[in-house]
Design a protein around this ligand. Structure first.
Ligand SMILES: Nc1ncnc2c1ncn2[C@@H]1O[C@H](COP(=O)(O)OP(=O)(O)O)[C@@H](O)[C@H]1O
Ligand SMILES: [Mg+2]
Length: 253
């Protein structure tokens, strides 16, 4: 496999009970790429991300991370997860720890890094997301946008091979979305490899390398963002983006 490929997914399947949720997903992510995943609610986007970092065990199919097959049963799942950053819709910060500790704790506990070194890196990451002066605040003292930026700093600090973002701005008030997207855009431009589940079409068009459009457990269409958004081939894709467009038009009135 080309060393340029960070993640390769081949024919992934997952059912809950007898309900199939992923029905044969295949794609690749190259180093430095920002891959956008879109699709209606319930189409399997979150399940796909969870399968990719092995929080959920796929029923069938294979996954390679930097050339290593992580669906191999001898693989150390915890080691694999350390190489994948995950940013969730609901931030998932430790509320009893400061922003700085939220970022440094993984370095100390998981990477066994010396406390001072962990603190130095954590501060550097908080600076990167524009929150250095808030390092000693607790999550309750931060806005939703700031909390999400801490979560991004925490993912980055581990120096992962790839970062997954699962609808990172969906829980935010509209006026806080921009600051999070700006941080994500800056990282995309620095060529941090990522998969982003989002309905933010401006973001997809400015930094997305490709959109994968999911529908009912399958990728039914994929291609350059502009083409997929403005000139999709499938009727389902067209309807989806029409709907997103209408929602945004209403919100921006
Ligand atoms: N742990 C679970 N147990 C049973 N069904 C689930 C579970 N997680 C997700 N599902 C179902 O799988 C389908 C896809 O869900 P999900 O991956 O969350 O979609 P999306 O993120 O695209 O909205 C939905 O029908 C959902 O109800
Ligand atoms: Mg989801």
């Amino acid at each position: 496999m080309s060393s340029d490929i960070v993640l390769k997914v081949e024919d992934l399947h997952k059912s809950y009970g007898n309900i199939p949720v992923l029905k044969g997903i295949s794609f690749e992510v190259r180093r430095g790429e920002t891959k956008i995943i879109c699709g209606p609610s319930g189409s399997g986007k979150s399940t796909l991300l969870r399968c990719l970092n092995l929080i959920t065990k796929p029923d069938k199919g294979r996954i390679w991370l930097e050339g290593e097959e992580i669906t191999d049963r001898n693989v150390n799942i915890n080691k694999v997860r350390q190489r994948i950053g995950f940013v969730f819709q609901e931030f998932n910060l430790f509320n009893h720890l400061t922003a700085l500790r939220n970022v440094s704790i993984g370095l100390e506990v998981v990477k066994k890094m010396d406390k001072n070194e962990a603190r130095r890196i954590a501060l550097e990451m908080l600076r990167k997301v524009g929150l250095e002066e808030h390092a000693h605040k607790y999550p309750a003292e931060l806005s939703g946008g700031q909390k999400q930026r801490v979560a991004i700093a925490r993912a980055l600090a581990m120096n992962p091979a790839i970062i997954f973002y699962d609808e990172p701005t969906s829980a935010l008030d509209p006026q806080l979305i921009g600051e999070v997207l700006e941080v994500m855009k800056a990282l995309a431009r620095e060529k941090v490899t990522s998969i982003v589940v989002t309905h933010e079409m401006g973001f997809a068009q400015s930094v997305g390398d490709e959109i994968l459009f999911m529908y009912d457990g399958k990728i039914i269409e994929q291609g350059p963002p502009l083409q997929i958004i403005q000139n999709p081939k499938c009727e389902q894709t067209r309807r989806f983006f029409q709907r997103i467009h209408e929602l945004y038009a209403r919100e921006n009135k």
